[in-house]
Design a protein around this ligand. Structure first.
Ligand SMILES: Cc1ncc(COP(=O)(O)O)c(C=O)c1O
Length: 429
């Protein structure tokens, strides 16, 4: 019997296999061959959520009358919990019914916001380097993506900060050509930033909101890492800008905030009309979240938050081990003020991040994400996810050291698949 050859829709035929899907396959092969793989690529927290979150999930799962469809935009209780969290954490007042929409993770919100607002011919402004879903979603919606290069600036807003601490990577909004600004409908920002780990001062959010107001652009802020600040640093919400709710929405996610990435829960908050529009689109696509997950989200958002201090202290130890080791190897790496990553320049002699990361994985069993996977301005860098214990991170860095000594920093192989990676618009989780 011959197989039907059914071509996929044009909008998906340009998509490539998920970078992490391919990486995971290769790591599984290496593990099967007996390699002790250390996976520092995907930003999936390895630390568990607090027990009160798990207990709420289990209690909810035991209620046998709560297995029906959820409420489309989230239950009143979970929307109230997001509003309470925003009031307590950011001093931002939200109307739970008009200004909060439950999401099945922020990635879903990024897609649906893009589909709700971008038509063919519209422009989406997306940071480069940046989380690839902003560009992927805009392209799937038929829009054009205008990459906003992030410029590396030394953080002069903090007294006594050493040059290597907390570099800022911000887009130069004033350099966006006026015809592009006129066609742009959505501006994506993400601070604390993946992959650069940059934070943004509230003053930058104020400038971004003023720019969007001037050009009639929706400011969409992806706030996936606000709860991952180190020491006393507490990253702001874009909604803290006066009048922000007139031009902005924000995706908030529990994935990294509360170590529940697999639970798939977050919220879109802000501009009431935008919330209503995205909710209308979503009601045609999905049908709310499982009640037990909503219960767990309520517990996370409104329950005891002190465990996060110990969690951040854990990440901080990992960050310090990683940055110190990378610097000892001669890699330029800023000390992040937030996020669960370290963003480092390739060692001298290496220029192709995809080929380098592949060669390092093959030779050492340590897996990093190549900077180019986040856009062409990420070339020359690699990202380390702090998703392993300090001991495993030290082991990873020791293997990298031995590899660099053997190869003098140059990748020992550069296969075709590494070159393919370099060209693709990788979609990262
Ligand atoms: C900047 C950014 N936004 C969104 C996401 C996706 O988060 P979620 O699990 O909420 O879909 C990630 C995941 O790594 C991310 O780095």
């Amino acid at each position: 019997m011959s197989m039907l050859n059914i071509p996929p829709a044009r909008r998906v035929s340009a998509l490539h296999a998920h970078l992490f899907a391919r990486l995971n396959r290769r790591k599984a092969e290496l593990r099967a061959a007996g390699v002790d793989v250390i996976s520092l690529d995907m930003g999936s927290p390895d630390l568990p959520p607090a027990s009160h979150i798990v207990e709420a999930l289990v209690r909810g799962a035991r209620c046998l009358n709560r297995y029906g469809y959820g409420e489309f935009s989230g239950s009143p209780a979970v929307k109230r919990a997001f509003a309470d969290f925003y009031a307590r954490r950011f001093g931002v007042t939200l109307d739970p019914e008009r200004e909060v929409l439950l999401l099945l993770g922020s990635k879903e919100g990024i897609y649906h916001l893009s589909f709700a607002y971008l038509d063919v011919g519209d422009v989406a402004l997306a940071p480069d380097p940046g989380y690839p879903t902003y560009a992927a979603a805009a392209k799937l919606a038929g829009a054009t993506v205008y990459p906003l290069p992030l410029q590396r600036l030394s953080d002069t807003t903090r007294e006594g900060a050493s040059e290597a601490e907390g570099d800022l990577w911000l887009p130069a909004l004033e350099r966006i050509p006026s015809d592009v600004a006129a066609r742009a409908k959505v501006l994506w920002l993400n601070y604390p930033n993946n992959p650069t780990t940059s934070v943004a001062p509230l003053a930058f959010f104020e400038r971004a909101a003023a720019f969007c107001r001037q050009h009639g652009i929706l400011l969409a802020h992806d706030n996936a890492y606000s709860e991952t600040g180190y020491d006393a640093y507490r990253p702001p919400s874009v909604l803290q800008v006066r009048g922000a709710k007139e031009v902005a929405v924000e995706c908030f996610s529990l994935s990294k905030a509360y170590n529940v990435a697999g639970m798939r829960v977050g919220a879109l908050v802000g501009h009431a009309e935008v919330i209503k529009t995205v909710a209308a689109l979503k009601s045609n696509v999905d049908t709310g979240a499982f009640a037990a997950i909503e219960d767990a989200a309520v517990a996370a958002l409104t329950g005891n938050q002190t465990w996060l201090e110990a969690r951040q202290a854990d990440y901080r130890r990992r960050r310090d081990v990683c940055v110190a080791a990378l610097r000892a190897l001669g890699c330029v790496a800023a000390l992040p003020r937030a996020t669960i990553y370290v963003w480092a320049r390739l060692p001298s002699g290496a220029t192709d991040s995809a080929a380098w990361c592949e060669a390092v994985l093959e030779a050492t069993g340590v897996s990093f994400t190549p900077g180019v996977a986040f856009g062409s301005n990420g070339e020359g860098y690699f990202r380390v996810a702090l998703t392993a214990t300090p001991a495993r991170l030290s082991e990873a860095m020791a293997r990298l050291d031995a590899y660099l000594q053997r190869t003098d920093g140059r990748p020992i192989s550069s296969s075709q698949s590494a070159r393919d990676l370099h060209c693709e618009h990788a979609i990262l989780a």
